[in-house]
Design a protein around this ligand. Structure first.
Ligand code: HEM
Length: 435
């Protein structure tokens, strides 16, 4: 219970990837970590392994109906959302995203001037929040309001840890985190509903449809009575999946770089060479090869989407183990990404393993930080643009110093975040002239 994410990975390793039955009191889910088995659950037999059951209940209290569900609700949400995250649409967002991130990163000059350490997770969340709100929400909410959203979502993501670990506890029994969760949910609704009404009144701005106006048009056409509530669920689902995961991946990165000054130096060199003095633009991202290798390695060792739960609908078998209908199975990229059968020196942070993809032969399901199969992440393209933009913007301006190095453990919330605060200090490379 102290460090359940690591324990889960250890169970997978000790069983050499074979199916493990995990005893969580009365609740005994299966841990599935072998890439063949992951493939079976997420892709080959995905219809038999649905996103139902106890693990999903805590998440769905806030995300409601939509993309994170199954069946018709998922199909209709995916039909609307998938085109909005297609590469064509993501590249159209790229310039706006680069501007939003650059503007927000400059604000960190304040921290650089004082030299005071700050909480890295909070600041990464604020940067991603600003980018997501500007780009996905079409800049329809004020800065002050959007800044209220990020901490509420962070509360939701972290306060469900207890419910994820003890999912069989009924909701009539209050557990730590419940009150904070319900309060955060109410605060989120108080921001999101007025935002939807405002978009309804304003319509599409400057002929450019954004996520909210596109969702409204589609959902109201489908069901005028339930349309607004459905848009609320869609927006909350997308915001929840888009921000916390990305922000936590960036937070892990700074902790890792502290332990690897040589990797940090090489990153600085590459960014200097590719970006130079100029602003970071989307076209730089494809040239930042080493940065992308480092990110892959962070996604391997610290995959924010650490738990992908499913429930078997009909009796079946995985790796010779009978799985009865109604059983819960837990897939954990955190566990699979650390299996020595598939990774040399699995616990070592080594970006070089991503150096030459054409010669590396690896099981397709040994690495799946974004899930796989029909439910695979819709935001991968966005992440692969957004994260390098944030890192390159930060590293062209500052050296980031971790002021409280310690052994890190992962907090098992909706995404895996470091349990210990990541306190950072900025050493300026360049500062804006304005205050
Ligand atoms: C490091 C960043 C991210 C990670 C690690 C991540 C991880 C994941 C994983 C593991 C899943 C599979 C869930 C399942 O199979 O049940 C998923 C699904 C999803 N992700 Fe991401 N994600 C990230 C970023 C994003 C971003 C930026 C967006 C949106 C802008 C996004 C939107 C979604 C959506 C909508 C789904 C559900 C897809 C479906 O069920 O059809 N994600 N993500």
């Amino acid at each position: 219970m102290k460090d359940p994410v690591t324990e889960l990975a250890k169970m997978g390793t000790e069983a050499a990837g074979q199916v493990v039955r995990v005893g969580l009191g009365p609740f005994r889910p299966y841990l599935i970590s072998h890439p063949d088995h992951v493939q079976q659950v997420l892709t080959a037999q995905w219809g038999n392994f649905r996103r139902e059951g106890m693990f999903w209940r805590p998440v769905r209290r806030v995300t409601g109906k939509g993309i994170l569900r199954e069946g018709d609700e998922w199909v209709s949400a995916k039909k609307i959302l998938q085109p909005l995250f297609a590469p064509k649409y993501t590249s159209a967002m790229a310039e706006g995203m680069a501007d939003a991130i650059a503007e927000r990163v400059v604000e960190l000059d304040g921290h650089a001037r004082t030299g005071q350490p700050f909480d890295g997770a909070e600041e990464m969340t604020a940067i991603i929040n600003q980018a997501v709100v500007k780009v996905l929400f079409g800049g329809r909410i004020s800065r002050a309001t959007s800044e209220l959203l990020a901490p509420e979502f962070a509360t939701c993501a972290t306060s469900i840890a207890f419910r994820l670990l003890l999912p069989f506890v009924p909701y009539s029994v209050k557990v730590p985190g419940d009150r904070a969760y319900l309060r955060a949910m109410k605060n989120i609704d108080e921001i999101v509903y007025p935002l939807i009404e405002q978009t309804r009144r304003e319509g599409v701005r400057d002929g450019k449809p954004d996520l909210i106006s596109s969702l409204l048009a589609a959902r109201l056409a489908e069901d005028p009575a339930e349309g607004v509530r459905q848009v609320r669920d869609d927006l909350v689902s997308v915001y929840a999946t888009a921000t916390e995961t990305t922000a936590m991946t960036l937070t892990w990165l700074w902790a890792v770089l502290h332990d690897h000054p040589e990797i940090s130096a090489r990153l600085h060199q590459e960014i200097d060479r590719v970006v130079g003095d100029g602003p970071v633009r989307p076209e730089h991202v494809g040239q930042l090869t080493y940065l992308n290798m480092v990110l892959q390695e962070v996604l391997r060792l610290f995959p924010a989407g650490w738990l992908i739960p499913r429930m078997a609908v009909a009796d079946t078998e995985i790796g010779g183990v009978r799985i009865k209908a109604g059983s819960q199975v837990m897939i954990s990229p955190y566990a699979t990404h650390r299996l020595p059968e598939f990774w040399e020196r699995p616990l070592e942070f080594d970006p070089e393993r991503w150096a030459d993809q054409s010669t590396t032969r690896r099981h397709r399901y040994a690495f799946f930080p974004f899930g796989a199969g029909p439910h695979a992440c819709l935001g991968q393209n966005l992440f692969r643009l957004e994260a390098p933009l944030v890192i390159a913007n930060l590293l062209t301006r500052y050296r980031l110093v971790l002021t409280n190095p310690q052994r890190l453990t992962a907090l098992p919330g909706a995404s895996a975040r470091p349990k210990q605060p990541i306190m950072l200090r900025l050493v300026p490379i360049k500062l804006s002239r304005t205050k």
